[in-house]
Design a protein around this ligand. Structure first.
Ligand code: ZN
Length: 321
């Protein structure tokens, strides 16, 4: 045996799909030095199989709320950390990310957004963080680059039409929207006017007005899936115009919703999520609850599931250490 020479492949000659399977077990911090070993490893490290989904859902900013616009102060280290993570991710993935997920308590700036849209132009799915520091121009420029965008999850905003108009102009295959927050007539009409091809809409854990819900049901002919689970449904009183919470869906809503292939709703005093909505008076304070809580959705294609290996807890720890 001592005389037998080992005749085998060199590390750099390993089949790419074998390398990719091995590298998929690493997180992005571990991948960075691996990608510098040789050209074939570099190539394997950027494979779409590894980078398909970049889930940064464990990354939050350190912030305090302020009285003046943008109503938030974010510490510089949070911004620098995000810049560093994005640089590593964009350099390694080489445009192969198709799905990006951010924590809603991540306060990115236009610079970050612009950088992502430049280096990941093929996004099909985006779960947006908080809007505060992102300007109208910043988000519209990014959406213009993402012409393959099909699915967007976004915190609710006060003036939604400009985003819906930009999606309508730029993203021809857009079909799935999730709004987290408030859903009123203004929002409903922005969607109905601009996103007629929308197939999936989730408003779970939002405050919605009955008027806005009926507006969507009456006008969105292509809607196949609607989720209003654990929502606070408000109805204006005919006498005073004041809004009161409806404790159950009435026949007019149920009848119109019957044409929708999958209609999810839940208003129950025994449901934990409904109870939390009532305690929070309709504006869910997600940060109070378990880490995974905001990631759930009754619509399977919108549920975010586990964080994955690429940016897991180890990654967060090594960055903050
Ligand atoms: Zn519920």
């Amino acid at each position: 045996m001592a005389d037998t020479k080992f005749i085998g492949k060199r590390w750099e000659e390993m089949e790419t799909d074998v390398l990719v399977k091995i590298f998929k077990e690493l997180n992005m911090i571990q991948l960075a030095p691996v990608s510098r070993v040789c050209r074939s490893w570099r190539l394997a490290c950027s494979d779409p199989f590894i980078w398909n989904t970049l889930d940064l859902g464990l990354l939050q900013s350190n912030f305090i709320q302020t009285r003046a616009s943008p109503y938030i102060w974010v510490d510089e280290r949070s911004d620098k950390r995000l810049t560093r993570i994005l640089r590593v991710a964009m350099a390694l993935s080489r445009g192969n990310i198709t799905s990006m997920i951010f924590h809603f308590n991540l306060y990115m700036k236009d610079d970050h957004l612009s950088y992502i849209s430049e280096w990941s132009p093929h996004l099909r799915r985006l779960v947006m963080p908080a809007w505060n520091r992102i300007t109208k121009v910043g988000i519209c420029q990014a959406i213009r680059r993402w012409e393959n965008l099909e699915s967007l999850t976004m915190p609710s905003i006060a003036h939604p039409p400009y985003i819906m108009e930009e999606i309508s102009r730029s993203c021809k295959n857009f079909s799935q929207l999730k709004v987290m927050g408030t859903f009123d007539m203004h929002f409903a009409s922005a969607i109905a006017t601009n996103l007629q091809k929308l197939k999936v809409l989730s408003l779970r854990c939002s405050i919605i007005t009955k008027e806005a819900l009926l507006y969507i049901l009456n006008r969105m002919d292509n809607l196949e899936v609607l989720n209003i689970s654990h929502c606070l449904l408000l109805e204006a009183l005919a006498t005073s115009g004041r809004k009161q919470v409806r404790s159950e869906l009435d026949q007019s809503i149920l009848q119109k919703a019957s044409r929708i292939r999958e209609f999810f709703h839940c208003q129950s005093s025994s449901c934990t999520t409904c109870k939390r909505m009532i305690e929070d008076e309709g504006l869910m304070r997600w940060y109070r609850y378990e880490d995974w809580f905001w990631r759930r959705d009754e619509v399977s294609t919108l549920d975010l599931g586990d964080y994955g290996k690429l940016f897991g807890k180890n990654c967060v720890n090594s960055l903050t250490a």
